[in-house]
Design a protein around this ligand. Sequence first.
Ligand SMILES: Cc1cc2nc3c(=O)[nH]c(=O)nc-3n(C[C@H](O)[C@H](O)[C@H](O)COP(=O)(O)OP(=O)(O)OC[C@H]3O[C@@H](n4cnc5c(N)ncnc54)[C@H](O)[C@@H]3O)c2cc1C
Length: 336
Amino acid sequence: MASSPDVIVIGAGVLGLCTAAELAARGHAVTVIDPGAPNASSIAAGMIAPALESLLEDVDAERAALLKRARDLWPAFAESHGLKLLREGADWRGPDADAAVARLRALGFDVRANPTGLTTPEDWRIEVAPALKALARTPGLAIVRGQVVRLTGDARRWRVEAGDGRVWFSSTVVLATGAGEPIDGLPDSVAAAVSAITPIRGQLTFVATAAPPRVVRGPGLYAAPCDGGVVIGATMEPGRRDLEPDPAEATRQIAAGLALLDVTGEVGPTRVGIRGATADGLPLAGPSGEPGLHLALAPRRNGWLMGPLVARITADGIEGRPLMADAAALDPLRFA
Ligand SMILES: Cc1cc2nc3c(=O)[nH]c(=O)nc-3n(C[C@H](O)[C@H](O)[C@H](O)COP(=O)(O)OP(=O)(O)OC[C@H]3O[C@@H](n4cnc5c(N)ncnc54)[C@H](O)[C@@H]3O)c2cc1C
């Protein structure tokens, strides 16, 4: 069996689906291939958090401004794809609140001190499950279940082969495989870029409780509202790809999270996801250097924040349009 969509996207995480939805909205026939299991995007807390990510990752002003511009693409993206953007802001509770307020202001973020720490209106949120579902339903976008095991091609077209023998052809392929290993047959330069992505394991736990009105973050953890309670997370464990929850870590995390919120609750499932990260912490987005092969990979812990930016850069690259200024920071060839 063979079919020939305009664009094949491999991977249905937030980067693959945002890119596929952007391309479909621009009139391309897009097929997304993914095994359909939970991924980093589907278990994430859905924070779109330029301010507190900038604070907690101690980034410079240039990076903070980039994260803010990435966030600013969300309202139009959400509206055109029917996604509900929750502009709730976020709280930070912890020591040295005055220093945190000063740092955020110096980075250009709006922030208010309060008795337990600070509040910023700059950080937003999205419910990840409905958002992924809505993106997958974009007209012009088809999702097929499958694991791509081989990707080969030349300047004319790519041959995409699934583990069960199904084959697709397209002149344009987007690799959005998260922290996955390189697919067999990839050109050496692209295989090297994928191999250089560091997996970072992250674990969070759902707790049924009265949800706070907005995300609450503290030293080393957060509690993010979600349907019926909060998710408390998340660990950052570089080099690990194992998906089995760690019960001892969950116990520690839940206790700290409930103390941060000063509530009790009924503990639900613990989930694990693997983020992919480049050496500079920014994604790889755009042309790979191989004709017709584009990358939408490795947004570290900001895949939701970065989704519309990566989608726009990748779609512009596919259409041969001039790339926006921020594309340079995400250029897949910047490490070559
Ligand atoms: C616990 C946790 C909490 C997080 N919270 C947030 C948050 O609040 N805000 C935020 O912005 N980010 C958050 N992140 C980070 C964010 O989830 C990731 O940056 C983002 O999900 C990565 O998206 P992705 O599309 O690159 O990868 P993924 O979501 O991993 O998707 C990649 C997909 O590609 C598929 N795939 C791989 N190989 C193949 C193949 N050969 N054939 C077919 N399909 C393939 C995989 O099965 C997977 O479905 C969190 C991450 C974790 C782990």
